[in-house]
Design a protein around this ligand. Structure first.
Ligand SMILES: [Zn+2]
Length: 276
């Protein structure tokens, strides 16, 4: 697989920062030049379930492989049951890509993080706390919605910007849609702030797609619900996060009326021609 496509599949993640144990012992590990082994390694994903409650990781791995309805075989194994870390090896690149692009995944309302294993260090060193998500920011000013620099800055407020959704008529949509990398150890953000050219600062609501996993409506992190939260108990009005942050599946507005007759020659017609 080309290096560029591997980078793309990592969705903006940085190379693994591997801890050096400091010793001088051992020998230089030779990864060798076995092409088949290299190709198999490129079809692997390491994963972790983020949940404070007990989970049967083996059962979760088995169920998810079936749920993905893969085109090719997937083999999976639990490598650290205590920390809920497991590994998958795909045999069809399309399955591998579908799992990466379909994130976030969850099983039994517990969110999963994935990454590609590094050739350096331990398999369990793979950083497994970042999850790409589609975030929607609602009610933004009409002008500037297509400006990537604006959307990048919004993405950096939510985590790390990965990409923006390019749609035909962003000015008539209720929200803009950006792919961001979220650190599951930190609270989800429910709003973003921007400063208008006149100096006025406004906050805008954020919702996330495929957000079906449990997260704490009190402190905003995955792993537990508000009833298990160490910062609780919470009164009804104290919850800063909620069900409203879960977005329904995205549908691009398709209502397009082509001007006819006289209307086509008027301003409407000019506008249509200009926007085509
Ligand atoms: Zn909490």
């Amino acid at each position: 697989m080309a290096e560029s496509s591997r980078r793309q599949r990592r969705e903006g993640k940085q190379p693994v920062d591997v801890r050096d144990d400091g010793g001088e012992g051992g020998f230089v590990w030779d990864v060798g030049d076995d092409i088949e082994e290299k190709e198999r390694a490129e079809l692997m994903l390491v994963g972790k379930i983020w949940a404070s409650k007990t989970t049967n990781v083996r059962a979760a791995v088995d169920v998810m492989t079936k749920l993905w309805s893969p085109k090719g075989a997937i083999v999976g194994n639990v490598i650290d049951a205590k920390n809920k870390i497991f590994v998958f090896r795909f045999s069809d690149i399309r399955d591998n890509n579908r799992v990466i692009e379909g994130q976030p995944w969850h099983f039994d309302n517990q969110i999963w993080c994935f990454d590609e294993p590094s050739d350096m260090g331990k398999l369990t060193d793979t950083p497994l706390f970042l999850v790409p998500m589609w975030a929607r920011i609602y009610d933004l000013p009409v002008r500037g919605r297509s400006n990537e620099a604006n959307l990048r800055k919004l993405g950096e407020q939510l985590g790390k910007f990965v990409s923006m959704d390019v749609i035909p008529n962003p000015e008539i949509e209720r929200a803009v849609r950006i792919r961001v990398l979220h650190n599951v150890r930190q609270p989800l953000k429910s709003t973003v702030s921007i400063r208008m050219p006149n100096g006025m600062s406004r906050e805008f609501d954020v919702k996330y797609e495929r957000l079906q996993a449990t997260f704490c409506y009190g402190c905003g992190v995955f792993e537990h619900g508000e009833k298990e939260c160490e910062e609780g108990p919470y009164e009804e009005g104290e919850l800063r996060f909620g069900e409203w942050m879960r977005a329904s599946p995205w549908k691009v507005t398709k209502t397009v009326v082509e001007p006819v007759g006289k209307a086509a020659r008027s301003l409407g017609g000019n506008l249509t021609r200009r926007l085509k």
